[in-house]
Ligand binder design. Structure first.
Ligand code: HPA
Ligand code: MG
Length: 218
């Protein structure tokens, strides 16, 4: 069953920085707030409910894609735990982590590299729920899924907080989507630009000043 998501339009410029609390060290580096933390929270609550309803009584392993996925992952797990202890239907959840590298500055390097995490062999025969921050071209996720399939899981589903509308998408759509966003570089809520901005509460659009200030010269 295709799930719905919140679509943020290309001419939706979100909220002025001055309307929210932004750390002083990032004030000059952002264009606008695209998705306030409160909205992320409410949307995550609903995705948690969809997951609990869909998985019924089958145990799952939540596989967090580090580092960008960590905020969405921990908030999603918290909300699944709340549902589990407050209803007669519950889903048993184990957690696992994987760390990939595919981005330098604001462009993909083309191939993924697994640079850390648990042994993937542990996922053999399991129902795996991959939790990602953002699907951009979809190439990273396609490669990760191929890698996961090679260890023989029982099933694999993907939850991504964001999906970017880009012409470069290889046609991949995750099973659960929080928001579909314009083709802009977004940061905050653990999404980074060269490791900066993970300590920003809201999802914001970076500006040229921010890109320049935090670019990795190569
Ligand atoms: N922000 C942060 N990380 C990303 C993005 C983005 O817009 N696209 C792909 N990885
Ligand atoms: Mg990332």
């Amino acid at each position: 069953m295709a799930k719905s998501f919140i679509r943020i339009d290309d001419n939706d410029h979100g909220y002025a920085l001055a309307q929210f609390c932004i750390p002083k060290h990032y004030e000059e580096d952002l264009d606008h707030v695209l998705i306030p933390a409160g909205l992320i929270n409410d949307r995550t609550e609903r995705i948690a409910r969809d997951i609990v309803e869909d998985f019924g009584h089958e145990p799952i392993v939540g596989l967090c894609v580090l580092k960008g996925g960590y905020k969405f992952f921990t908030d999603l797990v918290d909300k699944i735990q709340i549902l589990n202890r407050n209803s007669r239907q519950s889903v048993q959840l184990a957690v696992d982590f994987i760390r990939l590298k595919s981005y330098v500055n604001d462009s993909s390097t083309g191939s993924i590299e697994v640079i850390g995490g648990d042994n993937l062999e542990n996922l053999k025969g399991k129902n795996v729920l991959v939790v990602e921050d953002i699907i951009d071209t979809g190439r990273t996720m396609k490669q990760l899924l191929e890698l996961l399939e090679s260890v023989g899981p029982k099933s694999v589903k993907v939850a991504s907080l964001l999906v970017k509308r880009t012409k470069d998408n290889v046609g991949y759509r995750p099973d659960y989507i929080g928001f579909e966003v314009p083709n802009l570089f977004v940061v905050g809520y653990a999404l980074d630009f060269n490791e900066y901005f993970r300590d920003l509460t809201h999802i914001c659009v970076i500006n040229e000043n921010g890109k320049k200030k935090y670019s990795t010269k190569s």
